[in-house]
Design a protein around this ligand. Sequence first.
Ligand code: C5P
Length: 243
Amino acid sequence: MKHPKDYLIFPLDVPTIQEAGRYVALLKDHVGIFKVGLELFIKTGPDIVVEIRKTAADARIFLDLKLHDIPETVFRAMQGVASLGVTYATVHCGESKKMLEAAVRGAGGKVHLLGVTVLTSVAKEDIRSAGYDASLADDVGLLVQKKAGMAMQAGFAGVICSGHEAGEIKNTCGESFLAVTPGIRPAWDVPNDDDQARVMTPARAIRNGSDHLVIGRPIRDAKDPAMAARQVLGEIEETLQQH
Ligand code: C5P
């Protein structure tokens, strides 16, 4: 059985390698996957991968660069990503399957690719004002499904989506197609400055079929981040037992 900590992805959304290293040391017993995003990677480059390995040798690394460019550029960038020895990497599903296929070629089977469907910070009004058809704006889930289908056909391992869409993605793309869900807010977390729109609790996301939960600020900004991570693991464990 999957261990509760394998569900938890902690984004190292901090500006320096030192601060990232501190969070890795603090959370390595509770977090199965550390995510490196643009903020940190722009500052550290591949050194952050070495730093994480040094402190948490067993943890998996998720390089969340959310690539989106012409196929040749994505292909070449993904070759570079594949050479770093990370487990997961992201590409925006975008508009063209060719770009996604180029990413798969670049990954050469060394990295599990996750497609970014519709960011969890995006709401209906955003989709409408971006010029999408009203039927897609009124049903964000449908847009997410279309993008997930494209990623699956291109050979991706899964997608990033909200917990609301995970169940349907599993139904249409198959049980082994990964649904990785950010926008997770434990019931005890009351944010006062939050840009996530399509949120849900860890328990509900898992019940809906989510394979991994990205939980950042509720842990990073807690008075005691290790304790907050333990609380999340407790909720995950309880949910798994009821499942
Ligand atoms: O839990 P919190 O909102 O702090 O998590 C933010 C992290 O989740 C960031 O690293 C962000 O890049 C990531 N993320 C997201 N929505 C997506 C994909 C990734 O918030 N759709």
